[in-house]
Design a protein around this ligand. Sequence first.
Ligand code: AHR
Length: 337
Amino acid sequence: MLNRRNFLTAAVGVAAAGGLAACAKEDEGSSTSSSGGSGGGKKLTLGFSQVGSESGWRSANTDSVKASAKEAGYNLKFSDAQQKQENQISAIRSFIAQKVDVIAFSPVVVTGWDAVLKEAKAKKIPVVLTDRSVETSDESLYVTLVGSDFTDEGRRAAKILEKVLEKAGHKGAVKIAQLEGTTGAAPAIERAKGFKEVMDADHKDDWKIVVSQTGDFTRAGGKQVMAAFLQSNPDIDVLFAHNDDMGIGAIQAIEAAGKKPGKDILIVTVDGVKDGFVAMSEGKINAIVECNPLLGPQLMEVVQKVKDGETVERWIKTEESDFMQDQAKEVLPSRKY
Ligand code: AHR
């Protein structure tokens, strides 16, 4: 479920994009339904560059985008960047060359987009960010962001860790290991920032991040890095993993080291995918901060408005919840992804 909160609003100075011809050629993954676009005219063509398929969250997000584009009747040109910025830049350039109506993308990292976004702007093709934000010298290079507040997710992770520690009866010093997401990616930067904010404000004397490294948002990365953490810091009390997949990989490493995840090492993750809930219902994850991947319906709505030259909010935030271990069994059957 998505929630519009009041943020800056941006006039979409992109009505001119409506004058661009939609490309008839459909790439792999294109939607084929024919009702789309406003007023039953020509189908709206959306170029979408996805980060990759690094996690369960990402697969759910891809499914949501494809299904929603089909439902909306758009011609979707979908491209998977395999976690590489250069692939995303090439995909965006290709969308520009094909004169798509709107470009949407989930940027793998925050920096390095100005040149390609200027090319899109020069051709009057509006850009919508989805899931992740970018840092840019010119705010007019994109219209809006549809996605989560990752800094707040980091804060929520720290707040829920307080409850986890209390429930476990843990007193005194807390040695924390942090598995970071992809280096330079908005969720990695901002979740770490939000977590540290709460830690510095409320737990300066008792909590300490003793080790922190990227696991690239993948299970394999989480497993490998956690194994190394346990070698250098065998007395870790808590793992904060920036996503479920890294947490699940880490659980394998913790078990291989002869320790009990969820007991010997308390674990808080972000996302809330089905596999995360399975691990939580088995007592191996203590709490999950939700990050909702089902952005497709809201994205398609925004894309249509942008194409029509309507005003949209600058940031359309996602509504999310937090879950403790004792909720896992009840919530698991209703998880959609
Ligand atoms: O940008 C969202 C993050 O990217 C998710 O938390 C993670 O699982 C994904 O890979």
